[in-house]
Write a protein that binds this ligand. Structure first.
Ligand code: MSP
Length: 523
């Protein structure tokens, strides 16, 4: 039996690779946090996962930026790549691979896929003339321009004419349409799928895939006057990081990717260019491309000129990584646009995290310390209130699991709050402080606190993909064993299945001292 035959396919998730001409901001952090959360969720389900991220280091844009900084492109890339790597560490991103497109292996892979497309008869030499937007690295037709400017970023475009190799993309218009129609999950959410089907109706032109007007890129095989178009180069990262072309065993374990997570602005590249390149190279297409929306800041477009760029590192510094991750995923349904505001951030932090969740943990542990000397005891047979809490937990985990598997992070988190809220109400209604005064109620007291702890145990497991640090703290304060979420491990090896079973909290556990999970902050 071959190596590839026996190896289970890993769940392969990608982020876009980020341009190094800019330093990371909230938008970049968003895509990566979402991808990391999905990766942690899949691990929690017991899947083997491969999470890929990295940097897009070639192209005219990077060459230009380097010139402005008085650096060579590689010096610029070497400097900025560390900003990304540092931020991913601070955001607790558990990527398995960080790829840089300047790696020799990647260059080799890009040339290999280029040759494969060429060998299929899908590359020819022609002449290119059109409007070019350098910041977007995109050619536009006259018709596509908006008031003579780039339809994507609104900046001026320039007329460019050059000898260029073309990819016969037009040949794949029909096969691509058929693929999209036969695979409703290929482009998500559905609105984005319709957008691409609409775009295909206009007809696909062949695509210029080489440039001669600058040098910072990967040379076209056998014609080094040309460098390969930066999007052809960049998209190939998903394959080169997966072992293409020289590690077929690794490639079989990873490819096709299960989901490319991207922003809506780069949908066309991922849902049209990339699949047609792959078809021409006779490679399998990714299972899904999921495009999320864009963030504005206090109602305005985030931009350097407005000076309102949100620096994720500063937010982490001020509010902690868990609150930042929670806010990004809870505030806006994944796929829709959203607004970042300090008021909204503080509101969620103080309300859902400090009040609802933090309080439940704190008061429960305080009472276990005070009334049960810190020891978790066996519950008695459940009564109606206990059953209601148990059923609500089951419902919460079901809703959470379904939503998270669909990248519905906000819905997934929302599903858990009825459990948190009911557990608080359950404590209020059962009033352990009153039970503690009557020796005859000792067994009921133990039962109520057991169930409150159980709700917390289940919540901690489910929250761990979104807030790994807070979940870890909850786990330790609850006195649960073998815990480490660092490096992508989940709460002492606990799985989602452990959250689906009510009554798993080990009797006799000595709970820890309560310490605030989310201190309230001033608006
Ligand atoms: N290098 C290309 C991607 C190549 S992938 C083969 C690129 N890089 S980027 O650095 O400009 O952007 C990366 C991601 O950041 C995109 O998914 C983009 O949508 C996201 N965001 C940039 N600004 C954003 C917001 N304001 N809001 C949300 N996401 C945003 O494109």
């Amino acid at each position: 039996m071959s190596e590839t035959y026996t190896m289970a396919k890993a769940f392969f998730i990608t982020t876009p690779i980020y341009y190094v001409n800019d330093v990371p901001h909230l938008g970049h952090a968003y895509t990566t946090v979402a991808a990391d959360t999905l990766a942690r969720f899949k691990r929690l389900e017991g899947r083997e996962v491969f999470l890929l991220t990295g940097t897009d280091e070639h192209g005219q844009k990077v060459e230009k930026a380097a010139r402005e900084y008085g650096e060579t492109p590689i010096q610029l890339a070497d400097r900025v790549v560390n900003r990304y790597k540092d931020l991913w560490t601070r955001l607790q991103i558990t990527h398995d691979r960080f790829i840089r497109t300047t790696e020799p292996h990647h260059r080799h892979a890009v040339q290999a896929i280029y040759r494969a497309v060429q060998a299929n008869g899908d590359i020819y030499l022609g002449e290119y003339e059109d409007w070019y937007c350098t910041p977007c690295e995109t050619f536009w037709t006259e018709k596509e321009l908006v008031e003579g400017r780039c339809p994507s970023c609104g900046r001026p475009v320039e007329r460019l004419k050059e000898a260029s190799y073309f990819f016969r993309m037009s040949k794949y218009e029909e096969p691509l349409r058929r693929h999209i129609e036969a695979h409703p999950e290929f482009i998500q959410p559905a609105s984005r799928r319709n957008e691409i089907l609409g775009f295909l109706k206009e007809g696909l032109r062949d695509l210029s895939v080489s440039r001669t007007t600058f040098a910072w890129g990967i040379p076209v095989p056998d014609d080094p006057r040309h460098v390969i178009y930066v999007w052809f180069d960049a998209l190939t990262n998903y394959l080169s990081a997966a072992g293409y072309p020289d590690a077929p065993g690794e490639l079989a374990r990873l490819w096709p990717a299960d989901v490319h997570i991207i922003g809506k602005d780069i949908l066309r590249f991922h849902a049209v260019y990339w699949p047609t390149f792959l078809m021409a190279a006779r490679l399998a297409l990714p299972e899904a491309v999921f495009a999320h929306g864009w963030w504005t800041v206090e109602g305005q477009k985030m931009s350097k000129s407005l000076g309102n760029v949100v620096e994720p590192g500063a937010l982490v510094e001020e509010f902690g990584v868990d609150a930042v991750r929670y806010f990004l995923l809870r505030e806006v349904p994944f796929g829709q646009d959203g607004d970042f505001s300090r008021t909204a951030f503080v509101h969620r932090l103080n309300g859902e995290l400090a009040n609802d969740l933090g309080n439940l943990l704190n008061r429960t542990l305080t009472m276990v310390q005070r009334y049960l000397q810190g020891r978790v005891a066996r519950p008695e047979a459940p009564g109606p209130l206990d059953e209601e809490l148990r059923d609500t937990a089951a419902e919460a985990v079901r809703g959470y699991r379904t939503a998270m598997a669909e990248l519905g992070f906000s819905r997934g988190l929302q599903s858990l709050w009825p459990l948190v809220n009911l557990a608080n109400k359950y404590v209020d209604e059962n009033a352990p402080w009153t039970l503690a005064k009557e020796p005859a109620k000792a067994s009921r007291l133990r039962t109520v606190l057991y169930h409150a702890l159980e709700a917390l145990r289940i919540t901690a497991i489910c929250l761990s993909p979104v807030m790994p640090g807070a979940a870890e703290k909850m786990w330790q304060q609850l006195g649960l064993q073998g815990s480490s979420v660092v490096g992508g491990e989940t709460l002492g090896g606990h799985r989602l299945a452990d959250a689906e079973q009510w009554g798993r909290f080990p009797e006799g556990t000595a709970v820890g001292r309560p310490s605030p999970l989310f201190p309230r902050v001033e608006g």
